[in-house]
Design a protein around this ligand. Structure first.
Ligand code: FES
Length: 326
């Protein structure tokens, strides 16, 4: 005896755009009866087979492995093959399907991933071995399990581009490498077999590392829990340790830390000098005047907060060298 699977009537509003023909994008509505656990990708493929053969999308494995089907479902960048229709309908009443952001639309749900891959190439995504220290004969790797542990999340990345689509820093600055490229960079920087650690950190910083806003949207979007924002944080810490503030971004990080220690609250006017030096202060004088006119209190030195001694204790704890296992 077979049991009839229950279905729901689902509404899909799908982004449609052919830049070679259309003046502007539009949303096309389709309705479909589907079991609630149906993946959005399967629903789209049914729409294409049964209602509209012109609907264009990209996919391959249908198993959350290849990364091809990344798109935005109800405003979130995700894999369509592992996003179920039922919960989307429950939360939003419909399923709005759009192409990934930060990449030009080629047609409908397919984007041009060239910028995403160009940024990946920029980090030299391969081991650069030190010719003076060849691998011991017959030993495939000189890494300890602890060293492998340091980047165990990064190999999970399937390069779907969901993080790149979700990243507001990429939107603001297309020269920013993006979360995936930086997470991959981290993998090589912490690999003890790679001879270019320092060089990799130096090269990525201008217009790279410090553009990250620490919003963590990449980590929220990542379907494989690679947590790119945490890897970017780790890279920033390494850059500060390696260079001690010889670059604007690391100077800003160090300045921010020292700044708050003084009064327990940020002294905005001082931070500009700490980040950019006197020359930077002069260069930003015009902006300072504009800020002062709009919000003069921001440039005043704030009062010390109550409990500043507790803040000082936190700083001392942070400055203490890490003990083994801590
Ligand atoms: S189709 Fe391969 S990850 Fe979705």
């Amino acid at each position: 005896m077979t049991t009839q699977e229950s279905t729901i009537a689902a509404t899909f509003d799908v982004y449609r755009f052919d830049p070679t023909k259309d003046a502007a994008p539009r949303y096309q509505r389709y309705t479909l009866d589907v079991p609630p656990h149906t993946p959005v990708l399967s629903a789209l493929l049914r729409i294409r087979a049964e209602q509209d053969p012109s609907l264009t999308l990209r996919y391959s494995c249908r198993s959350a492995i290849c990364g091809s089907c990344a798109m935005r479902v109800n405003s979130k960048s995700r894999l369509a093959c592992e996003t179920q229709v039922g919960p989307e309908i429950e939360r939003n009443g419909r399923v709005v399907v759009e192409p990934m952001r930060n990449q030009a639309v080629l047609r409908d749900l397919v984007v041009d991933q060239e910028p995403f891959w160009r940024q990946y190439d920029r980090i030299d995504p391969h081991l650069i071995l030190d010719p003076r220290h060849p691998m011991p004969e017959g030993v495939p790797t000189s890494m300890s399990p602890e060293q492998v542990e340091a980047f165990k999340e990064t190999p999970r990345c399937i390069a779907c581009g969901a993080c790149y689509s979700a990243c507001p820093a990429v939107e603001a600055d297309p020269g920013f490498p993006g979360p995936m490229a930086l997470a991959k960079l981290y993998r090589f920087v912490v690999d003890p077999r790679d001879s270019a650690h320092q060089d990799r950190l130096l090269r990525i910083q201008p217009g790279g590392l410090w553009t990250c806003l620490r919003c963590h949207l990449c980590t929220a979007a990542c379907p494989k829990d690679v947590r790119p924002s945490e890897r970017i944080r780790d890279l920033k810490e390494m850059a500060v340790r390696a260079q001690g503030g010889t670059e604007n971004g690391s100077r800003h990080a160090i300045g921010f830390k020292d700044n708050i220690r003084e009064r327990g609250v940020l002294i905005e006017a001082k931070l500009v000098r700490q980040t950019s030096g006197v020359a930077g202060l002069v260069g930003q004088a015009g902006q300072g005047v504009r800020i002062y006119r709009k919000k003069p209190e921001i440039l005043k030195t704030p009062r010390k907060i109550e409990g500043l001694d507790e803040v000082e204790q936190i700083y001392r704890a942070l400055d203490r060298p890490a003990e083994d296992g801590q």
